[in-house]
Ligand binder design. Structure first.
Ligand code: NAG
Ligand code: NAG
Ligand code: NAG
Ligand code: NAG
Ligand code: NAG
Ligand code: NAG
Ligand code: NAG
Ligand code: NAG
Ligand code: NAG
Ligand code: NAG
Length: 474
């Protein structure tokens, strides 16, 4: 079973990359997002977004290859001994064995319980990946979002994409044997003699709940037959238990009270899950609690974010919290269409736009953060701000054109619309077939549905989608 699956997957990805070569962006895992399901279900996408749609389909394929995921995949059980408990180790904590008095070298297992662990902010302890519940959940959440978007491009009530989501969601959440218990008692656990319990910072591990909520809401609104009533009520029941855990246990309470990005991401989860369980007033309530609470202190008069600026990777953390603030704004705008979260100000009178404008002036190399994946964290933030606040001077599009000319082929370009000025300007002309003549479909069509008078790249794309759709199994 495994070799043929692997072979056919490689084959179809190869075909995808050969046929739509320059038209997809390599996968980028962005901090967080909430994609308005009504915008997706309406499906009135500009024909400039065809490249983004192709990337989304490719990303769905790429991510799904490592699923399904389960907390029971890890070989080391949580201190409870319950293999259904989520566990992760605090990423910046390191053992200090200098004072434990051992006369021989300790095994890793002995170190975990014997040596005190100390915090070195920003320095990842590589052994945190010995267990990777956090990586598994991150893949799950991206996979659910991109598969749901890919499903939405087809005018069908069932598809390979939505079948995958059904299976992945069941294995991670609902299935009795493999499902996660609805708590984070052992997340970002500091080890050592006084450790072995989760820290509130570990609540951050499940920030991708906002992506999952987007994906499931899309399946629901499109009446997807693979997302059955049983799955839906199972996930609603799971989410209600988890919301209660978040709101009544110290780690959840402390995390949402954190003044920095941890607090912002905590509200991403709470608000998204309240929408998912159909508690719209509760979602509005929790989001308002964010905007009337910790948000007030997050952006100062110069647009800087003092709690992120003081960290070891200030460029990354500024963009990270921007992603969380943008997600909170999208959630509130969806939960209460009469609200105007983009105009809400902090105590100093600043908005999300002020924070983005300030961050655009930061040179990442000053803090040694020039690696391309860190530099790239700002792009979707720029696009989100440009789409929401407008871009009358053209400075946002100009920045993207200069630093990331292929931005129109990034997944987020699908929903960060409209980019004012000329939305087709970003990336056009230097990305193979999509930028050339005759590609794409009329307004209102999507990549997989674009069959009326298709250009060359559309024909290639449809062929690739069909092959992927029929050949890939998991
Ligand atoms: C993780 O667990 C699920 C459910 O048991 C299983 O289907 C999957 O193959 C496992 N993944 C790995 C990498 O072992
Ligand atoms: C004590 O254990 C640590 C961790 O294995 C090791 O680095 C150190 O060398 C050990 N001390 C002695 C004296 O063996
Ligand atoms: C997550 O996905 C990436 C990309 O496919 C893969 O390299 C990684 O092993 C996956 N991690 C887990 C825990 O599934
Ligand atoms: C979707 O499919 C239905 C039934 O097959 C058809 O009536 C409808 O026109 C299609 N919609 C689009 C946008 O193609
Ligand atoms: C799963 O567990 C629940 C509660 O423990 C039980 O009610 C349910 O029947 C079980 N489902 C299966 C498929 O075993
Ligand atoms: C889903 O079903 C509902 C109720 O039957 C219907 O009103 C709605 O139009 C359907 N939505 C789509 C996108 O098919
Ligand atoms: C709003 O939140 C407060 C606590 O912050 C709570 O007492 C109240 O019941 C909530 N209202 C709704 C509608 O969820
Ligand atoms: C805003 O925060 C930054 C970073 O902490 C600081 O350098 C700057 O002086 C602050 N500006 C104001 C007006 O407080
Ligand atoms: C902010 O509020 C003003 C006045 O109500 C409105 O014109 C503008 O569109 C709002 N901006 C955003 C980004 O919502
Ligand atoms: C895209 O849509 C615009 C406006 O509807 C139209 O003028 C243009 O010709 C279309 N481009 C392609 C390549 O279909």
């Amino acid at each position: 079973m495994l070799p043929p699956t692997f072979l056919s997957l490689s084959f179809s990805l190869l075909l995808l990359s050969a046929s739509a070569r320059a038209d997809v962006q390599p996968f980028t895992g962005y901090a967080n997002d909430f994609v308005n399901p009504d915008y997706i279900v309406a499906g009135k996408f500009s024909n400039t977004t065809l490249g983004a749609q192709q990337s989304i389909i490719a990303w769905a394929e790429y991510l799904s290859a490592s699923g399904p995921w389960s907390v029971t995949n890890k070989t080391i059980a949580a201190p409870s001994g319950n293999k259904n408990d989520y566990m992760s180790w605090a990423p910046y904590y390191w053992p200090d064995c200098s004072k434990v008095g051992n006369t021989t070298v300790l095994t890793p297992q002995q170190i975990w319980v014997t040596c005190p662990y100390v915090d070195r902010d920003g320095q990842f302890n590589p052994d945190r990946l010995t267990i990777d519940d956090v990586g598994a959940f991150s893949n799950l959440s991206d996979s659910v979002l991109y598969n749901a978007l890919s499903f939405s491009f087809q005018n069908q009530s069932t598809s390979l994409y939505s079948q995958r989501i059904a299976r992945f969601m069941d294995v991670w959440f609902m299935n009795n044997a493999t499902g996660m218990n609805p708590n984070l008692n052992y997340a970002q656990m500091a080890r050592g003699p006084s450790g072995q319990v989760g820290q509130h910072t570990g609540v951050l591990d499940l920030k991708g709940m906002a992506k999952i909520a987007s994906g499931i809401l899309i399946l629901r609104k499109r009446n997807c037959t693979d997302w059955t009533d049983e799955l839906d009520s199972g996930f609603v029941a799971w989410s209600k238990e988890y919301i209660t855990w978040l709101e009544t246990n110290k780690p959840g309470i402390d995390e949402c009270a954190s003044l920095n990005n941890h607090g912002s991401f905590c509200f991403n989860q709470l608000t998204a899950l309240k929408l998912l369980v159909n508690d719209v007033p509760g979602a509005v309530n929790s989001s308002q609690k964010y905007f009337e609470g910790i948000y007030k202190g997050q952006i100062n008069k110069t647009g800087d974010q003092p709690f992120e600026a003081s960290r070891t990777h200030p460029y990354h953390y500024r963009n990270y919290n921007l992603g969380a603030m943008i997600t909170n704004a999208r959630l509130l705008a969806y939960a209460d269409p009469t609200s105007n979260p983009w105009n809400l100000t902090t105590s100093s009178g600043s908005t999300i736009q002020s924070a983005l404008d300030m961050t655009m002036t930061v040179d990442p190399s000053v803090s040694g953060e020039s690696d391309p994946s860190t530099v790239a964290e700002i792009y979707p933030n720029i696009a989100a701000v440009a789409a929401q606040y407008g871009d009358p001077s053209g400075k946002y599009v100009a920045f993207l054109k200069e630093k990331f000319p292929d931005y129109a082929w990034d997944a987020t370009f699908l929903w960060d619309q409209p980019l004012q000025g000329d939305p087709g300007v970003v990336g056009s002309g230097n990305n193979g077939a999509s930028g050339g003549s005759g590609s794409g479909s009329k307004d209102g069509k999507s990549a997989a549905a674009a069959t009326a008078g298709p250009g060359l790249s559309t024909i290639r794309l449809v062929a690739a989608v069909l092959v992927v759709g029929f050949v890939v199994s998991w």
